[in-house]
Design a protein around this ligand. Structure first.
Ligand SMILES: *[C@@H]1O[C@H](CO)[C@@H](O)[C@H](O)[C@H]1NC(C)=O
Ligand SMILES: *[C@@H]1O[C@H](CO)[C@@H](O)[C@H](O)[C@H]1NC(C)=O
Ligand SMILES: *[C@@H]1O[C@H](CO)[C@@H](O)[C@H](O)[C@H]1NC(C)=O
Ligand SMILES: *[C@@H]1O[C@H](CO)[C@@H](O)[C@H](O)[C@H]1NC(C)=O
Length: 248
């Protein structure tokens, strides 16, 4: 048909497709995504996947559920640390509790200051219970530490935010931590577990996920709309230098 017309309002980067084309990939594509939320998650660890999922949802029938311990809105505010009494924190409202969560194809685990919370039993229990029933687990930033504490990273290769390397890798003594990686794809067992480095690396991992599960065309399309210069080589990690404390 004609050229795909895209109307884009940059404020929300919310785009309407004039001619959406529905690919037929024989049902192999994921349909239901679950995002785990806990107090003091990092905003972008959740909004980067949501940004990409908003576009996936325009191309394919897709569902996203936001999961937490209760249905109370979950705040990005760190538990104890707010030295300037700021009100910059945002909240996200869960769609389901861990107890009422439907089974999902893809489970997304964010990080953030809250990943260090010593009392995340409900989160760890949910991840341990849900992960084996998924087709794929994606962790962003220090979310790999949360997944490690949930016990699903044993024997797996993974990475995490280089500015939090020592602290987070200690959470997974039986994990093979890859120090120079924008993201790591461990497909050695079911479910496959991909882990990204810090915060914005989630975009590169998610776009690689789109390229592999949907199409390169779709990944390029989304990267162009959000004006993101993709890192497509997972070993291209400009931030690996932080591991030895030279920055951040
Ligand atoms: C923040 O608020 C608390 C009480 O609400 C007050 O004790 C403290 O001095 C405030 N801190 C700053 C940096 O304003
Ligand atoms: C852990 O958190 C739960 C609520 O999620 C609370 O009921 C419990 O008292 C906490 N335990 C500790 C040791 O802080
Ligand atoms: C998405 O990928 C599918 C499968 O290759 C293709 O048919 C469709 O045109 C793509 N849509 C966009 C907007 O990239
Ligand atoms: C960190 O330091 C160790 C020991 O000096 C070195 O072997 C390693 O290559 C360094 N890593 C990075 C990413 O600079």
């Amino acid at each position: 048909m004609g050229v795909l017309k895209v109307l884009c309002t940059c404020a929300l980067t919310f785009c309407l497709l004039a001619n959406p084309s529905f690919a037929s990939l024989n049902g192999a594509i994921p349909k239901k995504f679950g995002i785990v939320m806990f107090r003091a998650f990092d905003t972008t660890d959740i909004t980067a996947p949501l940004e990409i999922l908003n576009f996936i949802g325009l191309l394919y029938n897709t569902e996203v559920v936001l999961l937490s311990d209760t249905l109370e809105p979950v705040s990005t505010q760190p538990l104890t640390m707010n030295p300037k009494n700021s009100s910059v924190w945002t909240t996200f409202t869960p769609t389901h509790t861990f107890d009422t969560a439907p089974e999902v194809d893809v489970l997304i685990v964010p990080g953030g200051p809250g990943a260090r919370n010593p009392n995340m039993t409900a989160v760890w229990n949910y991840i341990a219970k849900a992960a084996p029933k998924t087709k794929h687990v994606l962790t962003i930033c220090t979310g790999s530490g949360v997944a490690a504490k949930a016990g699903i990273m044993d024997g797996r290769k993974a990475t995490t935010n280089k500015a939090a390397w020592k602290e987070i890798t200690a959470y997974g003594p039986n994990t093979e931590w890859i120090p120079k990686a924008r993201w790591v794809e461990d497909e050695s067992a079911e479910p496959p577990i991909w882990s990204s480095s810090g915060v914005t690396s989630g975009f590169d991992m998610l776009l690689q996920f789109v390229e592999k599960k949907y199409s390169l065309q779709n990944a390029t399309y989304m990267a162009n709309l959000i004006e993101h210069v993709r890192i497509t080589d997972p070993s291209n990690d400009p931030f690996a230098v932080n591991i030895n404390g030279t920055a951040a």
